[in-house]
Design a protein around this ligand. Structure first.
Ligand SMILES: NC(=O)c1ccc[n+]([C@@H]2O[C@H](COP(=O)([O-])OP(=O)(O)OC[C@H]3O[C@@H](n4cnc5c(N)ncnc54)[C@H](O)[C@@H]3O)[C@@H](O)[C@H]2O)c1
Length: 147
């Protein structure tokens, strides 16, 4: 839980899948399905301007009866992103996604996008950490295994 997001990104990788604001919903959804991801970042001339997520597909496209081939991402993306520094720790990031009700955290350093961390990345990291703690405590309680 004390691990910094910089370390998580080293394992996960820094590749970020993104679309332009003028892309269509159909193209963004195809990219999400091809990559098996729940969101794409929206980048306009090098600047992060929004995120388009599975939730946006449900609420702003399907439920709003918009046509995916003609609707542009800029019309339906989520703005006002919660971004984080690579220096924050997994525990803090988990609190942030819960409080801000977001599933994806773009990681920014010196004004540059350097990666994306999802709620799944964080819970996977936290689960591994907690399992290691449990194993350690079990070894402490039971003593070393004799074989
Ligand atoms: N085993 C693992 O390491 C692991 C890691 C993350 C998620 N998952 C599982 O995947 C499912 C969905 O995960 P989720 O809700 O976290 O979100 P998700 O489906 O959006 O993310 C899945 C993975 O893709 C990455 N990703 C998502 N959008 C990206 C983008 N635009 N650019 C680059 N990478 C991107 C995430 O960081 C994550 O590693 C859950 O069932 C979760 O448990 C497993």
């Amino acid at each position: 839980m004390q691990t910094k997001l910089r370390e998580v990104l080293k394992h996960k990788g820094r590749v970020v899948h993104s679309v332009a604001p003028e892309s269509t919903v159909r193209d963004a959804v195809r990219l999400m399905n091809r990559q098996r991801i729940g969101a794409v970042l929206v980048i306009d001339e090098g600047e992060l301007v929004g995120i388009f997520t599975e939730r946006d597909v449900l609420v702003r496209v399907v439920d709003a009866q918009r046509e995916s081939r003609t609707t542009l991402i800029r019309e339906v993306m989520t703005t006002g992103l919660v971004t984080v520094s690579p220096e924050i720790r997994v525990g803090e990031a988990l609190r942030l996604v819960t409080e801000r009700r977001t599933r994806h955290l773009p990681v920014m350093e010196d004004g540059q996008l350097i990666g994306l961390i999802s709620i799944g990345d964080l819970s996977n990291w936290a689960t591994q950490f907690l399992q290691a703690e449990i194993d350690e405590l079990e070894r402490y309680i039971n003593g070393p295994r004799l074989s």
